[in-house]
Design a protein around this ligand. Structure first.
Ligand code: AMP
Length: 539
């Protein structure tokens, strides 16, 4: 129809070109494995991303081909985020913490033709290379020239980039081209891939930067601690580039002391990571204080951030916590928890109650709560149901799989597998994963709520609650607790602590104490491992 707007492709090359033009001098800093800092600009990022795209084309990578990355967060990995899609190919991030069998499965399933590998994790990849049959070129990043490796005919990243032309034309010509691929951690069955398009990621970037989202601007200094192999580092590489924010990349060292030093030295204003990372940082800062007053938002997601930790950050350290919820299948950002004008009169404690929720949906994401009967449940802050999502950056089917009714509804919604409630004003609370919920008698008990309450106890460092089979009730909750150093807090004391805020039937029957909780490859409590430990009687 005449009079409509331009058909302007929403491709990611436009984002890096925008940064090169508008913010050519803004900085991207990376902590190197030896502790030194690499430092360059968005102009450098754009130029080298283009060269990388040219080099990939030179290797015979064609539009639609998958290219793997096996790397920590650093400037070269950022170049891959733009250079691979800029060659028309798909940037497939590989989690360096996967078990060998999962890693080879994913590479073969994606049919990666080229894989970039950090020298620091080369031995992890060498273990599986014999089981991989699709890769034609391995490219080592930051490896010494005389590196010894079992991989055949390796190339070196800097050679590739140095030898490529500056005048390559981006091959991302259509916004519906695929640009990224990320497999979910797959707690049951084989891992499943979420395939992002230029359009979906471009819109996600705009969505993430909206005022009720992360609202990054050129004044920010952003540190993505969340790995680039975990749900595209939550989209931060693209959101930072569009905003022209300075970036601090932590490289392979994610120890709390190293992160604290980066925040202080570089004046980080926004840092993003999972709760276990921020729990570690909190204890580090209490033991060895550093100036972290530059932080305006400590972004946390991936698991529920315990309310007690939100309170501790804000009360003890003056650091504002921003709770977010998302999933690999949502590119990944779905909700962000910001206070609204209506919360102005609340006390501090009431504000922390709100901030412990997962927040309101970004403009662009639609959510609904659905019961077992498939009917929508009310937004009353109490009624639990399965959370379903739809929107331009929500997947429609998994990569190379037909959509199944377990994951997608007939009327076009994605079934998240999360259980939650919605308040009348649209604040989401995640109460569980469907498979982690404790079904006791006719009641649902939220393991997440119990964990949050247990971790609010001063002598509890970490706590996970799992459902264990029970003859009378079907399932009952069991709490697995890590005490703080030197603590001997007892089961009875914890029971009494929970009795202050939970009904009697919700309080775990059993408590097990352990030195450390098992974690998944992306830093969540691994309840599958806990359940099997319980089944074999080793808890
Ligand atoms: P992943 O795809 O690995 O990022 O995992 C997504 C899942 O992590 C979601 O389906 C939730 O179960 C969980 N999750 C993510 N963010 C939160 C949050 N803020 N609170 C509770 N659970 C979360």
């Amino acid at each position: 129809m005449h009079g409509l707007m331009m058909d302007y492709p929403l491709t990611l090359d436009r984002i890096v070109e925008h940064a090169a033009r508008m913010f050519p001098h803004k900085r991207i800093r990376t902590r190197q494995p030896d502790g030194g800092m690499h430092d360059y600009t968005y102009a450098d990022l754009c130029r080298r991303s283009r060269r990388l795209a040219a080099a990939l084309a030179g290797l015979g990578v064609a539009p639609g081909d998958r290219v793997g990355t096996f790397a920590w967060n650093h400037h070269q990995h950022l170049e891959m985020y733009f250079g691979i899609p800029g060659a028309g190919a798909v940037c497939h991030t590989l989690n360096v913490r996967l078990f060998p069998g999962q890693l080879s499965y994913i590479v073969n399933h994606a049919e990666d033709r080229v894989v970039f590998i950090d020298a620091t994790v080369l031995p992890l990849f060498e273990r599986v290379a014999g089981d991989i049959d699709c890769v034609e070129h391995y490219v080592l990043v930051n490896a010494p020239r005389d590196v010894e490796t079992k991989l055949p005919d390796v190339l070196h990243y800097e050679d590739l980039v140095d030898g490529a032309a500056d005048d390559f034309e981006w091959r991302s010509t259509d916004e519906r081209m695929a640009m990224g691929l990320c497999y979910t951690s797959g707690t049951t069955g084989d891992p499943k891939g979420a395939l992002y398009s230029h359009r979906s990621m471009f819109l996600h970037t705009l969505g993430e930067n909206q005022a009720m989202g992360l609202a990054l601007t050129e004044t920010d200094v952003v540190m993505p601690v969340v790995p680039q192999f975990h749900a595209m580092a939550w989209g931060l590489p693209y959101a930072c580039t569009l905003a022209g924010a300075d970036v601090v990349m932590p490289g392979p060292n994610l120890q709390p002391a190293a992160l604290a030093e980066l925040i202080e030295t570089h004046g980080v204003t926004v840092a993003a990571g999972v709760p276990t990372i921020w729990n570690g940082l909190y204890h580090e800062l209490k033991a060895r204080p550093r100036d972290v007053s530059s932080i305006r938002s400590l972004v946390v997601g991936g698991s529920a951030m315990p309310r007690s930790l939100i309170e501790a950050y804000e009360r003890d350290l003056g650091v504002d916590v921003l709770h977010a919820w998302g999933m690999t299948e949502l590119s990944p950002l779905g909700t962000v928890c910001k206070l609204q004008r209506q919360h102005g009169g609340l006390s501090e404690a009431e504000k922390w109650d709100v901030k412990a929720r997962q927040g309101t949906p970004l403009g662009g994401v639609e959510l609904r709560i659905v019961g077992d009967d498939g009917a929508e449940r009310p937004w009353d802050g109490e009624t639990m149901g399965e959370l379903q999502a739809r929107g331009p950056w929500v997947i429609r089917s998994y990569f190379k799989r037909e959509p199944t009714p377990e994951s997608f509804t007939a009327d076009g919604w994605f079934r998240t597998g999360d259980v939650g409630t919605m308040t009348l004003d649209g604040y989401l609370t995640i109460t569980d994963r469907t498979k982690d919920l404790v079904r006791s008698g006719g009641e649902w008990i939220s393991s997440v709520a119990l964990e949050g309450a247990l971790m609010a106890h001063a002598e509890v460092l970490e706590a996970a609650v799992i459902a264990v089979p029970d003859e009378k009730w079907g399932e009952r909750p069991l709490a697995v607790v890590v005490r703080t150093e030197g603590s001997a807090v007892s089961e009875d004391e914890l029971r009494a602590h929970l009795a202050e805020s939970f009904a009697k039937f919700e309080i775990p029957d059993g408590f097990a104490f352990t030195d450390e909780l098992p974690k998944t490859s992306v830093g969540k409590f691994d309840k599958k491992v806990l359940r099997s430990r319980h089944a074999e009687g080793s808890l």
